[in-house]
Unconditional design. Structure first.
Lengths: 115, 109
């Protein structure tokens, strides 16, 4: 089945460690996104990529890094510079559809907890 | 001013009620508009796209007003299962997706 897969579902990190969240899609979508969601809050854009080997910062990119070496993969690294990384991380992908716009599909999310 | 703004709610309504959500966006070059539904601790899922002519899907009606830069979602005959957070999403002319913070709906018996 076509879809977008995030792993792991739950992740625990010690303070000072870098961790990488995986996001893979087999929908042949050009664009991929990473969002962060805190309890009771909306989605905030961390990074997005509209084409391989290119990506742009979103509203809260500090303390995060990404790469887009392959169309189907967009991993997010949460670095030790991110002061408050505990959150729900959502990856999405999209591709403009003629006459219908850019519907996005989401992975099931990764819950990151700093211990 | 936020790029996409929604009333966070919560909206508490009885079963059978009609409820309406509004969303405003700041970028007049925005191209595409959507409503997503997010259940607690789950990922958002597309509820419906919003077209200039307005569109309806069962009990749900979405409308777009480009001149005033707002979109709306109307839910008729609310069900308990409609309880969720409803996210307004706008894609700009580069297809970058911007999410509103969501409006929480709680339908009670």
């Amino acid at each position: 089945d076509g879809g977008i897969t995030q792993s792991p579902k739950y992740l625990f990190r010690k303070e000072g460690q870098n961790v990488t969240l995986s996001c893979e899609q087999n929908l042949n979508h050009d664009a991929m996104y990473w969002y962060r969601q805190d309890p009771g809050q909306g989605l905030r854009l961390i990074y997005y990529s509209q084409i391989v080997n290119d990506f742009q910062k979103g509203d809260i990119a500090e303390g995060y890094s990404v790469s887009r070496e392959k169309k189907e993969s967009f991993p997010l690294t949460v670095t030790s510079a991110q002061k408050n990384p505990t959150a729900f991380y959502l990856c999405a992908s999209s591709s403009p559809r003629q006459g219908a716009g850019t519907e996005a599909f989401f992975g099931q999310g990764t819950r990151l907890t700093v211990v | 001013r936020k790029e996409v703004e929604q009333d966070p709610g919560p909206f508490n309504v009885p079963e059978g009620a009609t409820v309406a959500f509004n969303c405003t966006y700041s970028n007049s070059a925005s191209q595409s508009f959507f409503w997503y539904r997010q259940d607690c601790r789950k990922e958002p899922k597309l509820l419906m796209s919003v077209y200039s002519s307005g569109n309806e899907d069962g009990r749900f009606t979405a409308q777009l007003n480009r001149a005033s830069q707002y979109i709306s979602l109307l839910i008729r005959d609310s069900k308990l299962s409609d309880s969720a957070t409803y996210l307004c999403v706008v894609a700009d002319n580069t297809d970058k997706l911007i999410f509103g913070t969501g409006t929480r709906l709680q339908v009670f018996p």
